[in-house]
Design a protein around this ligand. Structure first.
Ligand code: MCA
Ligand code: AMP
Length: 506
């Protein structure tokens, strides 16, 4: 068997320069590649000694630290399936992810140990370890004395490396199963396409529980053997301070909107930068143009999905066109109409893709998986797309009822179900409206029930804030006597969107 373990690719690069700095930052000590190899080996030993076997899941809800990255690499090395969870998730959300994925090990922040402990005990998970944002906790304490080398477990191409939950338009979240080859093929493609090299310094301000910050950003720099300036979170002033020592920055559009609002963000601050990328949500042409005017740099917009990593990208050399996401990367792409026929250039349809980056299906959901693939193996992205006369793809909308707020996905259905449970609510509808900072913001319309005359917007917000991640909580709640419906009984969300936009202006 040829070994397709993704870590092997990184290790080859790390071992060439063990004493070079891999991670540094204002709030962390420098870590060399030797530290990365040894730290991940120790954690891999700990996980194996806890009885976690190749194929077992390791669910992780921790703040951003280099140790969290080492934990990810340790999972790869031990053949375990890494399952990162947004730190904003509340107990009810966590409960579902843990009971659905049945992990062998859960790692959480020590501050949440008792509430996660209850969930873990209920789900029959054997091991709970802790890790805080400073890199302390039982994960590190217990691995400290373990050997600094570890024989990386051989993996086949299709063996799972990670599961990332994505919300669903209906029902519960789905765990997208990503194999070692899914991740490796996309990493190699991006490393080449974006011309990463050993001298690169990636300024990292994204969270590391999603594809963007974890795989796209880190894999490119790992393959290059470059350095990461690791910031705990995005803050304009911090980012601007670190640009002069950096060469690459990866961002969601909100980061660029916030940078442009800061007068300290100048052409001079970007003097050593070679690449700014944008993705996870649409970049407004206005932001794209303002960025070029301010810095002289042209943002490279790319498009992707949890299920497939990066799918299209504007060119590194060549015209980066505003409002487009460029050309297909190393996957096939076609745009089809409702009847499944490929549309002509300039026409809008749904983008479908096939290639080595496309995931292996949804965890324990064979029917859902089957629904989202065509018989010839193409995956239906649900993104309404059109290809222009020069072959550039343009994402023009979404067939799926999805809101993207500051780069995070919110499915209205999930929020509606939480709102509908509140006493006094008859029914609800959730829509996304344009927002200057987050791109889109979540707002809710509520029809009071018979016992809901005194219900207030503040009560609705406070009640669901306890139950779901904060970024999903509606920024506004409007009460209406009834929801607009078409003759089929379907709620007219466009009408509600217009209503919310007018209400916000009033
Ligand atoms: C924070 N808040 C938000 C969001 N983030 N509300 C709506 N949308 C958001 N994205 C709320 C908090 O709940 C809080 O509300 C208030 O804003 C301030 O919170 P704070 O944590 O201080 O916010 P922040 O630090 O300013 O965060 C904004 C952010 C962050 C930096 C833009 O959301 C972020 O890092 N986004 C990146 C997401 C990302 O990496 N996506 C990649 C997905 P309250 O005051 O009420 O408590 S991967 C993907 O999509 C695919 C594969 C791809 O193509 O990349
Ligand atoms: P996620 O499931 O969190 O990975 O989000 C994937 C979705 O984000 C895609 O299906 C698109 O709808 C959206 N997306 C990602 N990148 C872009 C982009 N550059 N422009 C428009 N939408 C994007």
């Amino acid at each position: 068997m040829t070994d397709s373990n993704l870590y092997r690719l990184f290790e080859t690069r790390f071992a060439r320069q063990p004493d070079a700095i891999a991670f540094e930052g204002p709030e962390i000590r420098p870590y060399t590649f030797r530290d990365v190899m040894e730290g991940s080996a120790r954690i891999a030993h700990l996980l194996a000694s806890e009885g976690a076997k190749p194929g077992d899941r390791v669910a992780v809800q921790v703040g951003k630290s280099v140790e969290a990255v080492l934990l990810y690499l340790a999972c790869l090395r031990a053949g375990l399936v890494y399952l990162p969870l947004n730190t904003a998730y509340k107990s009810a959300e966590l409960d579902y992810f843990i009971s659905d994925s049945e992990p062998a090990v859960v790692v959480c922040d020590p501050a949440h140990e008792s509430e996660v402990g209850e969930i873990v005990a209920k789900a029959g998970v054997k091991t709970l370890l802790t890790l805080d944002e400073s890199g302390n906790g039982t994960l590190i304490e217990r691995s400290a004395g373990l050997p600094a080398t570890f024989e990386t477990v051989a993996r086949e191409k299709d063996d799972l490396a990670a599961i990332l939950y994505t919300s669903g338009t209906t029902g519960r979240s789905k765990g997208a199963m990503l194999s070692h080859d899914n991740l490796a093929s996309n990493a190699i493609t991006l490393h080449r396409h974006w011309q990463f090299h050993p001298g690169d310094v990636l300024l990292h301000a994204l969270p590391i529980f999603h594809v963007h910050g974890l795989f796209v950003a880190l894999h490119c720099v790992f393959l290059a053997g470059g350095k990461v300036i690791f910031l705990k979170k995005f803050d304009s002033a911090d980012v601007i301070r670190h640009f002069p020592a950096s060469t690459v920055f990866m961002a969601v559009p909100t980061f660029y909107v916030r940078l442009l609002a800061d007068p300290a963000f100048t052409r001079d601050a970007c003097r050593n930068m070679r690449l700014f990328t944008s993705g996870s949500a649409p970049l407004l042409e206005e932001t794209f143009n303002a960025f070029t005017a301010r810095t002289g740099h042209v943002i490279l917009e790319r498009y992707g999905m949890t299920e497939a990593g990066m799918i299209t990208s504007n060119p590194y050399d060549g015209l980066r066109k505003a409002g487009t996401v460029g050309f297909a990367l190393d996957n096939e792409a076609r745009i089809v109409d409702d009847a499944g026929r490929v549309v002509a250039d300039g026409e809008i349809g749904i983008l479908e893709i096939r290639g080595p980056n496309v995931f292996k299906g949804y965890w324990r959901m064979p029917e859902k998986t089957a629904e989202e693939f065509r018989p010839d193996g193409f995956f239906i992205t649900g993104d309404m797309t059109c290809r222009d006369e020069d072959g550039y793809y343009r994402i023009v909308g979404r067939a799926k009822d999805l809101i993207i707020s500051g780069g995070y996905n919110v499915y209205p259905k999930e929020i509606e179900s939480f709102i509908d449970e509140i006493p006094g609510v008859g029914e609800s509808a959730v829509v996304g409206v344009p927002h200057p900072d987050f791109g889109e913001a979540v707002v809710a319309f509520v029809v009071p029930g018979t016992d809901g005359e005194t219900l207030t917007a503040a009560e609705v917000i406070a009640t669901i804030k306890d139950k779901i991640a904060n970024f999903k909580v509606p920024k506004a709640v409007y009460f209406v006597p009834e929801l607009p419906r078409n003759t089929m009984g379907k709620v007219q969300k466009n009408q509600l969107r217009d209503q919310a936009i007018s209400a916000a202006k009033a």
